[in-house]
Design a binder for this molecule. Structure first.
Ligand SMILES: Cc1cc2nc3c(=O)[nH]c(=O)nc-3n(C[C@H](O)[C@H](O)[C@H](O)COP(=O)(O)OP(=O)(O)OC[C@H]3O[C@@H](n4cnc5c(N)ncnc54)[C@H](O)[C@@H]3O)c2cc1C
Length: 355
């Protein structure tokens, strides 16, 4: 059974599909609630529908790392996207960190900025990280190769479910409607007809904030559902981890909370094909690797939570933000490729500006 470590938002927002609305946001994760926040600040009326509850998806199940950039190192990103684009991505994600935390307006979202460390798995990754330090510095970012790992002092960590809850709480009453599962979208003249069970809504604009689940609704969208697994321990009185650590090209990660719990996740690189799935149950194979790794960090504390979540991967490694080709008045804000906490607030701002 999947038992996420993070407590779900305490508020419930029961509701139904409206008959009409200007903007309908589908999905109540960090992307959907960020969209609602940005649209409200632009005085655009929007309704958000979520089939389970706010922060039910990957946003309530992730590691809570707030990292600059994409999964690849800066050196790889420069090769992949070009220097200017890579710099732009790092700038946007740094801005995402600041602006998203600011948007919580002082609510406790477990934010800390102790930096992050990227630990190489082999000589090849080490060379990429050493090169990344150099390139990052040349481009005006702070990064430090300490002889063993690349430290990014500006990075941080958060309780992701609390962050989503903090944004949701700022929405006007009645705007968030949980328990509404959208089953179909049909563009018609100047509106989109949205179906959820027997109900229909005529929406001026629809925004898909459905990340890993997007292809269930619009199969043409190329976002690969991808499972990621984690576990958490009971509090340990010792410090095992000084800051969030990211390793094996981002496939493995761990952190320790101020209260002592160790959270560890990833190891998808050991079985890539089986993890291309909508199934959000943890598997014995990956869980035993996580367990071995957490013991390797030196904690004997009991394992209290094991869970998995569905991420949405794009071919480019960058989010999809903007109008959806071939579907008039339908926009997308999804495909965060395992980095939605680092991207979604700013991606949502870009999409809100287009509406
Ligand atoms: C184990 C794990 C660890 C991760 N670690 C990190 C990390 O440390 N840092 C980081 O930045 N990112 C991390 N990620 C990725 C991050 O969680 C995601 O990128 C991010 O949460 C995506 O947010 P979202 O709002 O786009 O999608 P989601 O949070 O998945 O929300 C989508 C919502 O849409 C709803 N929905 C889907 N279809 C429908 C429908 N038809 N009708 C109504 N509602 C629908 C779903 O119920 C869901 O709640 C991790 C992910 C996982 C699984």
């Amino acid at each position: 059974m999947s038992t996420p470590f993070w407590a779900p938002p305490p508020e419930r927002y029961p509701g139904s599909l409206p008959a009409r609305c200007d903007v309908l946001v589908i999905g109540g994760g960090i992307a959907g609630t960020s969209l609602l926040w940005h649209l409200a600040h632009r005085r655009i009326d929007a309704v958000l529908v979520e089939r389970q509850h706010v922060a039910w998806g990957a946003s309530g199940r992730n590691a809570g790392f707030l990292l600059a950039g994409v999964a690849s190192s800066y050196a790889e990103a420069v090769r992949l996207y070009g220097r200017e684009k890579a710099r732009e991505v790092w700038e946007i994600t740094n801005e995402n960190h600041d602006r998203m935390v600011e948007a919580a307006r002082g609510q406790d979202v477990g934010h800390r900025r102790r930096g992050s460390a990227v630990l190489p798995s082999d000589q090849e990754e080490r060379a990429l990280l050493v090169e990344s330090e150099q390139l990052l510095r040349e481009d005006g970012f702070i990064a430090h190769w300490d002889g063993r790992r690349l430290v990014n002092p500006r990075d941080g960590e958060i309780d992701p479910a609390a962050m989503v809850a903090a944004l949701a709480r700022q929405a006007r009453a009645g705007v968030i409607r949980e328990g509404v599962s959208v089953t179909a979208l049909r563009p018609r003249a100047n509106e989109v007809v949205v179906t959820a069970g027997d109900a229909e809504c005529e929406a001026g604009v629809v925004i898909l904030a459905t990340n890993g689940y997007t292809s269930q609704l619009v199969p043409e969208v190329k976002i690969q559902p991808t499972r990621a697994q984690m576990l958490a321990t009971a509090p340990s009185s010792r410090r095992h981890v000084d800051m969030p650590v990211y390793s094996h090209h981002g496939y493995r990660y761990w952190r320790q909370l101020p209260t002592g719990e160790v959270l560890i996740g990833g190891w998808r690189d050991t079985t890539l094909e089986t993890e291309k799935t909508f199934d959000d149950e943890p598997t014995p194979e990956i869980q035993s690797l996580l367990e071995r790794a957490v013991r390797g960090l030196g904690t004997e504390a009991e394992i209290t939570h094991r869970w998995a979540g569905t991420m949405g991967f794009t071919e480019s490694g960058l989010p999809m933000a903007g109008p959806l080709e071939g579907m008039k008045n339908v926009y997308i804000c999804a495909g965060f490729t395992g980095h939605g906490m680092g991207f979604a607030f700013m991606t949502a701002m870009q999409v809100a500006e287009m509406i």
